[in-house]
Design a protein around this ligand. Structure first.
Ligand code: GUN
Length: 296
């Protein structure tokens, strides 16, 4: 039987509507407008597209968007100085520095200069540690969006075998922490894992975040499994520039119980969760109740 397609676009619209409703309440009851600052260094075309989209959606849910576009030759010291300024600005509740940064900058140093309470990407070492020890933290957006879709589709995840293919700090590792938090039995596999297909076939939940176009084939998927495809890869197909995931959708969707498509799956959830995190950061900063269902 063909898999259920998990519609990330529709889910993201629902999350944004919830965020917008809560933002309106903050305005009405507390005169408070959440603010998100996005910093882009250089002119990487993909990053420019993401930043534009983030700014647009931030305004659409009623938040203030502050965009800082810096020249590619900006010094690391100047970027750190801007971050200090944003850390101290009470109108700014969330700060996102778009990655990748130019090669003359130390990304770890820059990310760790952000006030952890404003780190809406959840990349600061304090947030990584808090998540790893099961404490309240800011949670990276792509894993948070993936978790929301899994909970929505499966209900309880307790006791399920989850296999994550990919060990990045942005997706693979935080995804593993979140699934452990929901009582899954978690395996982190990667491109060097022995018998990778065999490992994947054990998964009730298979998360593909390895960055290789269509690597995961249908016969790697356990019948009925839920497949979350985090990959966004551009390939040439039939003479056209085509967006594909890390999963071979055609073969996997014939075996899986449910699967996220690319595009229209995890992608739209990432920005929706960035907005949710900005709302959460605003509520925490002002000692107000956090939105329900929008955090881990
Ligand atoms: N570049 C690609 N994805 C991301 C993301 O989620 N956050 C940041 N800061 N940069 C990115």
């Amino acid at each position: 039987m063909a898999a259920t397609i998990i519609d990330g676009k529709a889910f993201a619209a629902k999350v944004r509507a919830q965020v917008a409703e809560h933002v309106q309440r903050l305005k009405d009851e507390h005169g408070l407008v959440p603010g998100l600052a996005v910093v882009l260094v250089g002119e990487d075309p993909a990053s420019q597209v993401y930043v534009r989209s983030k700014g647009k959606q931030t305004v659409e849910v009623g938040m203030n968007s502050y965009e800082h576009k810096l020249d590619v030759a900006t010094t690391e010291a100047a970027l750190l100085s801007l971050i200090q300024q944003l850390n101290a600005d009470p109108k700014v509740h969330g700060i996102l520095v778009q990655l990748p940064l130019p090669p003359h900058m130390n990304s770890d140093l820059v990310i760790n200069a952000i006030d952890p309470a404003k780190d809406v990407d959840g990349f600061h070492i304090s947030n990584v540690g808090l998540l790893g020890t099961g404490q309240k933290s800011m949670v990276p957006c792509t894993p948070l969006g993936s978790l929301m879709m899994l909970r929505d589709h499966l209900g309880s995840l307790s006791g399920l075998n989850a296999v994550i293919v990919g060990r990045s700090n942005i997706v693979g590792k935080p995804m593993a922490q979140l699934l452990l938090g929901d009582s899954c039995t978690v395996t982190i596999a990667h491109s060097r894992t022995k018998d990778l297909a065999e490992v994947c076939r054990r998964a009730d939940i298979l998360v593909a975040a390895v960055g290789r176009p269509e690597m995961i084939q249908g016969d790697w998927v356990k019948p009925g499994a839920t497949v979350i495809d985090v990959g966004i890869n551009r390939i040439a197909r039939d003479g056209k520039n085509t967006l594909v995931g890390d999963v071979d959708f055609a073969s996997a969707s014939a075996v899986a119980g449910a699967i996220t498509p690319v595009p229209g799956g995890v992608g739209p959830m990432t920005i929706a969760c960035l907005l949710a995190n900005t709302l959460t950061a605003t509520c925490r900063a002002h000692g107000l109740a956090e939105p329900q269902g929008l955090t881990a």
